[in-house]
Design a binder for this molecule. Structure first.
Ligand SMILES: Cc1cc2nc3c(=O)[nH]c(=O)nc-3n(C[C@H](O)[C@H](O)[C@H](O)COP(=O)(O)OP(=O)(O)OC[C@H]3O[C@@H](n4cnc5c(N)ncnc54)[C@H](O)[C@@H]3O)c2cc1C
Length: 406
């Protein structure tokens, strides 16, 4: 998915949201088809925890559950601004991909196999299927990309040229609602405390890390910031990673016959390796999800201010629907049931940020997966837990440059 989200669009006319007074981002970013069926019990803020985790997405929940598994004596609090999965994790496309957006990285290991082991250990059932994933491309790219004898392409679509399968890579899909719920349940079952609707406003690092909330302060020995493309002033990734909102939509369920005509009977997800970018997958109810497009942040840099019903974003959705309808005769009259957006962020070189916080050795930052974070976030969440308790080193490729660019 390294070429994911390369196309860029300038968007104006944002409706402004005050995060503190409006923690619910769903309406503004549309409603995804995933169902999160775990509601952590409501808890009041503690005075202190051993480890504070900021952000209740795949990264934060995986880290919380793994921390409690490997170090049951350590108290762990997950502080989530909205509800678990409110960021990218509950809005993702759910393609399970190997490696990272930057490809394999030194010491990364087998991300798919490692994540399967973590999910098994945490007893998370998220309909993980790994039939492989198709890389698809148009004419020239398709002709050049295979030295091997030409393969029969199950996909024969039209999108700025004939779109065909050019190769198959390891991968598959998950159900994002089940993964958020499963990780949340695992974290809770293992003894982590999840505090929803508790946005962290600020962190004082000295003399001891202290998280500041509207309702009080929480002291921690160590803090993991897993807010991805949001609250980048907390992670200190502002200016070091580029936040974007990316778009997705889903169709009403299709019949098995229609899926065969589309070439999707094998139920493999797909993404283009040339531009314009497009990715997609089938869901268990035979609906199809497609995604493409990037929305720039407003001047404040805060993606929460973007409303997808605002003119320019809504035009991007209309154009994506038009592209999907034009792919194949079966999709010409497709009915779209959901339109939604979610946050992602990119670093130069495409490797995730996975390092100490630039201000404090007691702080850890994990994120910036560049649209390639479904399994990587769970995998690195567990790695972060091990690093926090001193059982594992942080990788060199996750290093955050203390000197901010631009
Ligand atoms: C539309 C879309 C499609 C995608 N498709 C794919 C795909 O098919 N395959 C793939 O590999 N990757 C995909 N991705 C990327 C993948 O979903 C993400 O990389 C992954 O979910 C990141 O998880 P996370 O836990 O790091 O971040 P998030 O899930 O974004 O979690 C961050 C959390 O932090 C919370 N937060 C923010 N600020 C604060 C604060 N101040 N205090 C407390 N909490 C705060 C947020 O509310 C949020 O819940 C997609 C992303 C999007 C948006």
């Amino acid at each position: 998915m390294a070429t994911a989200f390369l196309c860029n669009r300038k968007v104006s006319g944002f409706a402004v949201l005050n995060f503190m007074s409006s923690p619910v981002m769903h309406d503004r970013w549309g409603v995804p088809p995933w169902k999160i069926d775990f509601d952590p019990p409501k808890l009041s803020l503690p005075d202190s925890v051993d480890i504070a985790i900021v952000g209740g997405g795949f990264s934060g929940l995986s880290a919380a559950a793994w921390l409690r598994l490997i170090s049951p004596q350590t108290s762990v609090g997950v502080f989530e601004a909205s509800h678990i999965g409110a960021g990218a994790s509950g809005r993702t496309g759910g393609l399970a991909l190997a490696e990272s957006a930057a490809g394999d990285l030194p010491g990364l290991g087998d991300v798919l196999a490692g994540t399967m082991r973590i999910l098994q250990e945490l007893k998370v059932d998220c309909d993980l299927q790994l039939p492989g994933a198709w890389e698809i491309a148009r004419g020239d790219t398709a002709n050049q990309s295979l030295n091997a004898p030409p393969r029969r392409s199950p996909i024969d679509w039209h999108d700025s040229g004939a779109l065909r399968v050019v190769s198959e890579v390891p991968g598959g899909t998950i159900d994002a609602g089940k993964m958020v719920s499963g990780l949340g349940r695992a974290a809770r079952r293992l003894g982590a405390k999840i505090f929803e609707h508790q946005p962290v406003n600020k962190i004082e690092w000295n003399p001891q890390p202290t998280l500041q909330f509207t309702g009080g302060n929480v002291r921690a020995k160590k803090v993991l910031i897993a807010t991805s493309a949001l609250s980048m002033e907390l992670s200190d990734l502002a200016g070091r990673a580029q936040p974007r909102l990316t778009l997705a939509l889903s169709t009403a369920p299709l019949s098995e016959g229609e899926l065969s005509q589309l070439g999707l009977a094998e139920r493999k997800p797909f993404y283009t390796v040339d531009l314009p970018y497009l990715w997609g997958r089938l869901c268990s109810d035979n609906s199809l999800i497609f995604g493409a497009g990037l929305v720039n942040p407003p001047a404040s840099g805060d993606l929460r201010e973007i409303d997808i019903d605002v003119q320019d974003v809504s035009r991007m959705f209309a154009s994506l629907e038009l592209r999907v309808r034009g792919l194949h005769a079966v999709l010409a009259a497709a009915r779209f049931t959901h339109r939604w957006a979610g946050p992602i962020s990119f670093r130069e070189g495409w490797s995730p940020a996975f390092a100490h916080h630039p201000t404090s050795a007691d702080g850890f930052v994990l994120g910036a997966y560049a649209g390639h974070g479904v399994v990587l976030s769970v995998y690195l969440g567990a790695w972060a837990a091990e690093a926090i308790v001193g059982r594992r080193q942080l990788p060199e490729w996750g290093w955050i440059d203390p000197v901010r660019k631009g």
